[in-house]
Write a protein that binds this ligand. Structure first.
Ligand SMILES: Cc1cc2nc3c(=O)[nH]c(=O)nc-3n(C[C@H](O)[C@H](O)[C@H](O)COP(=O)(O)O)c2cc1C
Length: 356
């Protein structure tokens, strides 16, 4: 029996599955705590958590509310997870990225996972916390090399793992242009072995595959290419513990493959989502002004284009089917019922012998 288990920095992970961060608020302490408790890495998405917290009453509360809400979520996840590994997903593109990283480490996060831009400042931001694992998300070998060289030169540090996210399958914002999402250069056999080779001279940096991983067979396939583990997000939405409203989960369950679509997000990246009323109606969240100044660069706030991504994602997580933007990977339509995280982790580790 093939052995499971993954070491990222100083953290030993029994089952080599990172539950992908899902914003806004889809992966909070409930889901992250349960995944960590059951042997994987549970990840809280830090983006705009304040918006769905009692700390947010008006626009000027936004940044403070985000900090307080993230603090609460990290602490709650820890209570659920015990010694399990808790990560926080912090996107470089968000306006309060630095604060989100700091609040995470100050409150006991074990790992910071960072994409949507190059996380070149991450080692500096976490300087006083050498035990916290730092994990960039990339969409090319080149991006991985740039990050490693920059971290080595400026901070004498290398990433503790690198996540490669495949734009053809992943949910949420995608790291490739709309025209190139399906380009074969992004396929796992084309990228994973190359990444493994590229990082080898720098030390032991596990490569994690994200996007389109659904079952134990998929995990085995990417591991055969050299990946040390996987990041999975869509598969965790239809769990009892997932923190989104039940209507969010029902949309996944009722979706068919034909219901997936690509949206042009004000972040400046394409995003994969379920083709709901919001997508079809020309994104009505347009009408409202900027509700939170959540992004460093925003086509809606700065140029009046697209729609308010914060409002659309907040609507989705709170179950507003008409006005929500429901991010989803290509696997989302495979969801057929709700399961517990414990059952799911057991199923996913089938055929492997988890290290204890
Ligand atoms: C609902 C949803 C929200 C997401 N939000 C984020 C996010 O806030 N930050 C991020 O880095 N990735 C985000 N992602 C991407 C996932 O973390 C993950 O890498 C990707 O979806 C993996 O593909 P899979 O869904 O096929 O497993 C999101 C994905 C989904 C489905």
């Amino acid at each position: 029996m093939e052995s499971l288990g993954l070491t990222i920095g100083k953290k030993k992970i029994r089952i080599p599955i990172i539950q992908g961060g899902m914003g806004i608020g889809v992966s909070r302490s409930g889901l992250a705590g349960a995944v960590a408790k059951n042997g994987g890495v549970g990840v809280i998405a830090s983006v705009a958590l304040g918006l769905i917290s009692p700390y947010f009453k008006k626009k000027s509360d936004y940044y403070e509310a985000n900090k307080l809400a993230l603090r609460d979520e990290v602490r709650k996840a820890r209570e659920i997870a015990g010694y399990g590994v808790i990560g926080v997903n912090c996107m470089v593109a968000i306006a309060d990225y630095e604060d989100m990283v700091r609040v995470s480490v100050e409150n006991g996060a074990d790992m910071i996972i960072s994409g949507a831009g190059l996380p070149t400042s991450l080692p500096a931001l976490t300087k006083g916390y050498p035990d916290v694992a730092l994990v960039p998300i990339v969409s090319s070998v080149k991006a991985a090399q740039v990050i490693i060289k920059k971290w080595e030169r400026s901070h004498s540090r290398i990433p503790d793992a690198i996540i490669y996210e495949h734009p053809k399958y992943a949910g949420g914002h995608l790291g490739a242009s709309h025209d190139e999402l399906e380009h074969p250069k992004y396929d796992y056999p084309a990228v994973i072995p190359g990444l493994v080779e590229a990082v080898r001279p720098f030390g032991n940096i596990p490569i994690i595959a994200a996007g389109g991983i659904w079952d134990a067979e998929d995990i085995r396939e990417v591991m055969a290419l050299g990946a040390s583990g996987v990041q999975m997000a869509s598969r965790f939405v239809c769990t009892y513990e997932c923190d989104a409203d039940i209507k969010f989960k029902e949309i996944y369950i009722s979706a068919g493959d034909e219901d997936l679509a690509i949206v042009h997000s004000p972040v400046g990246l394409p995003g994969r989502a379920i083709n709901t009323a919001f997508m079809k109606s020309g994104k009505k969240a347009k009408g409202k002004g900027c509700m939170a100044n959540c992004l460093k660069v925003c086509a809606k706030r700065d140029m009046g284009e697209d729609f308010c991504i914060a409002l659309a994602l907040k609507n989705a997580v709170t179950g507003d089917i008409k006005n929500g933007l429901f991010f989803a990977g290509t696997n989302a339509p495979k969801s057929s019922k709700l399961v517990s995280v414990a059952e799911l982790m057991e199923e996913l580790s089938e055929g492997f012998a988890p290290i204890t």
